[in-house]
Write a new protein. Structure first.
Lengths: 121, 120
């Protein structure tokens, strides 16, 4: 029984490792593009009007940033769980904090994408 | 810990790869903490341009500007350091690839510097 639990935990760890690496590959591309957008956007100050003029109604922008949010949603909580597992004892926190981070990223990230593309004028 | 244990423990950490591993962890953790805040700020745009502008005015503060530079540097550090890990794990094996650590450090500092130059 004990052995079976360990094996399923090892399989879960292997899956999480794989998901984190696949999301890392997506993020490599997303972050590189995001950095270029940052450099372009900051050149003459950053105002709400300027940001929204670029993003409102821009479907390609919405698609790109939602993919970015989803990749973060997979990648960051797994990384946080790895760090917690190696540094703290509390099993509750090791499980709860990554779930909380995942929820924050998915909900707030998607709200941000909807807001900048389809938000109120 | 025994004398030998302590020496072995030190030897496993006193090299560039451990330094790169440590920086990757710290930068990842800080970026993960920042993400919900970043998304919360941008999600204010749901309520219109004025509402987003109200929150964006905080970014004019010098401390926030310093934070933005730090975040861009950390993002570049995590990006290049992460690419190094992917190359080590999925690329064709070619030794320790220590040069990638230096490339990560110099690359991220250059990205941070470019941010400062362009945002002036």
């Amino acid at each position: 029984m004990g052995q079976a639990v360990m094996t399923s935990s090892a399989i879960l760890q292997a899956k999480l490792w794989y998901y984190q690496r696949i999301s890392a590959m997506v993020l490599t591309l997303c972050v590189a593009i995001h950095l270029i957008i940052i450099y372009y956007a900051i050149q003459d100050g950053l105002s709400a009007g300027e940001i929204l003029a670029r993003t409102r109604g821009n479907l390609a922008f919405a698609l790109f940033y939602e993919i970015f949010v989803l990749a973060c949603f997979v990648h960051a909580p797994i990384g946080l769980a790895n760090i917690l597992r190696e540094n703290i004892q509390s099993g509750f926190l090791i499980r709860a904090l990554p779930v909380l981070l995942a929820a924050f990223i998915l909900i707030l990230g998607t709200a941000a994408v909807i807001g900048v593309v389809w938000g109120a004028p | 810990m025994s004398q030998v244990g302590r020496r072995l423990d030190f030897r496993t950490k006193a090299h560039w790869s451990y330094f790169a591993y440590y920086l990757h962890r710290v930068s990842g953790l800080l970026l993960a903490c920042f993400l919900p805040l970043h998304f919360f700020l941008l999600s204010r745009s749901l309520y219109g341009e004025a509402e987003l502008g109200r929150y964006l005015q905080f970014t004019d503060h010098p401390m926030v500007k310093f934070g933005e530079w730090g975040l861009v540097t950390l993002l570049a550090l995590h990006l290049i350091g992460g690419t190094r890990l992917l190359v080590i794990e999925f690329g064709i094996w070619k030794g320790l690839r220590k040069a990638w650590v230096q490339v990560t450090l110099i690359g991220s500092l250059l990205c941070g510097a470019l941010f400062l130059i362009l945002s002036r």
